[in-house]
Design a binder for this molecule. Structure first.
Ligand code: C2E
Ligand code: CA
Ligand code: CA
Length: 472
C-alpha cells in the first residue's frame, strides 16, 4: 500500500552515547492532505463554478501587475456583469440561477488563452485577466477589445437550463494595466468596475473602456469600420489616377489610388482607412473592386490609339496577395474586362515578403507568365533581403517618397536613393521615384540614373476626366 506519510522519530542512545537504534512512527496523512486541499480550494476557489475566487484573483492580479511592469507588456482586466441575473434568479429559482452561472463560467473559459485568469468575484460578477498583450497601448486595447467582444458574443447564446432555454447578456468594463509600475491591484479593478457601469448606462450587452481617450479611439475605429462596410455596399469608393512620367515629361502610365467619398466625412484618404481595411479583412472585397475598376479602365484605354500605351499600377496589399486564389482572381479579371495583361503592373510592398517567399515567387511567376508586371513599392523602408530580391520576378523598384523628400539636403536619403538605382541596374530592373515635388528633386534623381517619376511636380492623383484632360 502506498500512502503519503509523515514520520516522527528519534534516535535512541545509551548514556555513554552508543547508538542503540531508532524508533519512529509513520502516520498516514492522506486524509489530512485531502482535507488541506479542500480547505485550500475553499479558500481560493468559488465552490459553485470552481473558478478562482476574489482572493486568489487579487493574488494573480498582483503578480500580473508586477510581470507587466517587468516585461513592459500591457495587460487587461475585464469586468463582466450579467445584465439580468437577478430577474432570472427570482423567476426561475436559485437552482436554475446556479446552473446558468456555471455555464457562464464555462463559456468565459473558452474565450481566453492558457495563462489568462477567469474568476468569479461576486454573485453574477466575473473578472477576466488577460496577460502579455502588446507593448503598444493602442494594439493592446484592440486585443482586449477583441476578447471582450468574443465574451459578449459567447454569453449571448441561449442557455439550456433544466427545463427552459434562457437568454442572457452581459455588460463589460475594460481597462488596461502595466503602464504604471506602482499601481496597486485594486486600482485596475476599480477602473474596470467603473467602465462596466458605463457599459450598463450605454444600454447593456456591450463593452466600455475605462480611459475616455481609449474609448474614443475604439469608438472612432468602430464608426470607421461601419462606414467602410456601408461604403462598399453603396459604391462610395472611386479611383483617382496619378501620372507616371518619363524624363521628357511624357506620361507613360498611372498609379490607381483609391478614394472614399463619404457623404459626411467628405473625401477620405486611403492612409486613414487602408490599415483598418487590412485589419478587418475588408481589404479583400475592396481590393478586388479596385482591381476590377482599374482593369475596366485599362481595357477602355487599350481601345484608344492615343491611350493604348498607358500602364496601370494597382496597389495590392499583403493580405490580398496571400489569398490562395489570388492568381486566378487576377487572371479572371483580365479575362472578363479584356484589359491587356502587359499594361497591368501590380505594386507589392516588402511586408508581403515576410512569409512564404517560395509561394510569393510562384504566384508572381504565374502572373508574370501571362504578362503582368510587378513593382516593389516603398522600396527601402522594409527589410527585404537581397537574396530574396534576386529571386523575385520583379520589373521595377519604386524609391519610397520618404527618401525623395529630403534628397537634396539629407545625405543618407540621397545615398539610399542612389543605392536603389544601382541595385535596380545591377538586377536589370527599372526604377521609379515617387513623391517628386520639385524640379530640383527630379534633376538630382536624373543625375543618379533614375528616369521615371511620379509626384505632385507632374500631377496630383486626380479623377479620371481630369487625368484624361492632362494627357491631352
Ligand atoms: P502609396 O502606394 O505609396 O501611394 C503614394 C501616395 O503618395 C499616395 O497617397 C499619393 O497621393 C501620395 N503622393 C503622390 N505624389 C506625392 C508627392 O509628390 N508628394 C507627397 N507628399 N505625396 C505624394 P494616397 O493616395 O493617400 O495613398 C496612400 C496609401 O494608401 C498608398 O501609398 C497605398 O499604400 C495605399 N493605397 C492607396 N490606394 C490603394 C489601393 O487601391 N489598394 C491598397 N491596398 N492600398 C492603397
Ligand atoms: Ca503604391
Ligand atoms: Ca509608395
Amino acid at each position: 500500500m502506498v500512502f503519503p506519510g509523515e514520520t516522527l522519530g528519534t534516535v535512541i542512545k545509551t548514556a555513554s552515547g552508543t547508538l542503540l537504534g531508532y524508533i519512529g512512527v509513520i502516520r498516514d496523512i492522506s486524509e489530512r492532505n485531502a482535507a488541506q486541499t479542500q480547505i485550500q480550494n475553499l479558500a481560493f476557489s468559488d465552490p459553485l463554478t470552481q473558478l478562482p475566487n476574489r482572493r486568489l484573483f487579487m493574488d494573480r492580479l498582483e503578480q500580473a501587475l508586477a510581470a507587466a511592469a517587468r516585461h513592459q507588456r500591457q495587460g487587461a482586466l475585464l469586468f463582466v456583469d450579467l445584465d439580468d441575473f437577478k430577474t432570472i434568479n427570482d423567476a426561475l429559482g436559485h437552482d436554475q440561477g446556479d446552473v446558468l452561472l456555471q455555464q457562464v463560467a464555462q463559456r468565459l473559459l473558452t474565450c481566453v488563452r492558457d495563462g489568462d485568469t477567469v474568476a468569479r468575484v461576486g454573485g453574477d460578477e466575473f473578472v477576466v485577466l488577460l496577460k502579455e498583450l502588446s507593448q503598444d497601448l493602442q494594439e493592446a486595447a484592440t486585443q482586449a477589445e477583441a476578447v471582450a467582444k468574443k465574451i459578449i458574443a459567447a454569453l449571448n447564446h441561449p442557455y439550456q437550463l433544466d427545463d427552459v432555454v434562457q437568454h442572457s447578456t452581459a455588460s463589460l468594463g475594460v481597462t488596461l494595466f502595466g503602464s504604471d509600475q506602482y499601481e496597486r491591484p485594486d486600482e485596475p479593478l476599480r477602473r474596470a468596475d467603473m467602465a462596466m457601469y458605463q457599459a450598463k448606462a450605454a444600454g447593456r450587452n456591450t463593452l466600455r473602456f475605462f480611459d475616455p481617450q481609449m474609448q474614443a479611439v475604439v469608438t472612432a475605429r468602430a464608426a470607421l469600420e461601419a462606414g467602410l462596410h456601408a461604403a462598399l455596399e453603396n459604391n462610395q469608393f472611386l479611383l483617382y489616377y496619378q501620372a507616371q512620367v518619363a524624363d521628357d515629361g511624357c506620361i507613360t502610365g498611372v498609379e490607381a489610388l483609391v478614394r472614399w467619398s463619404d457623404p459626411v466625412r467628405g473625401m477620405v484618404s486611403p492612409a486613414e482607412f487602408i490599415p483598418l481595411a487590412e485589419q478587418t479583412g475588408l481589404i479583400l472585397p475592396l481590393g478586388s473592386w479596385v482591381l476590377q475598376t482599374a482593369c475596366q479602365q485599362l481595357a477602355r484605354w487599350a481601345s484608344r490609339a492615343d491611350m493604348a500605351h498607358l500602364t496601370m499600377a494597382v496597389n495590392v496589399s499583403a493580405r490580398q496577395f496571400h489569398q490562395s486564389d489570388f492568381v486566378d482572381q487576377v487572371l479572371d479579371v483580365l479575362a472578363r474586362t479584356g484589359a491587356p495583361a502587359s499594361r497591368l503592373k501590380l505594386e507589392l510592398t516588402e511586408s508581403l515578403l515576410v512569409k512564404n517567399v517560395g509561394e510569393v515567387i510562384a504566384k508572381m511567376g504565374a502572373l508574370k507568365a501571362r504578362g503582368v508586371g510587378f513593382s516593389l513599392d516603398d522600396f527601402g523602408t522594409g527589410y527585404s533581403s537581397l537574396a530574396y530580391l534576386k529571386r523575385l520576378p520583379l520589373d521595377q523598384l519604386k524609391i519610397d517618397q520618404g527618401f525623395v523628400r529630403d534628397i537634396l539636403t539629407d545625405a543618407n536619403d540621397a545615398a539610399i536613393a542612389k543605392m536603389v538605382v544601382v541595385l535596380a541596374d545591377s538586377m536589370g530592373l527599372g526604377v521609379i521615384a515617387e513623391g517628386v515635388e520639385t524640379q530640383e528633386q527630379q534633376d538630382f534623381l536624373v543625375r543618379l540614373g533614375c528616369h521615371a517619376f511620379q509626384g505632385y511636380l507632374f500631377s496630383r492623383p486626380v479623377p479620371l476626366l481630369e487625368f484624361e484632360a492632362l494627357l491631352r
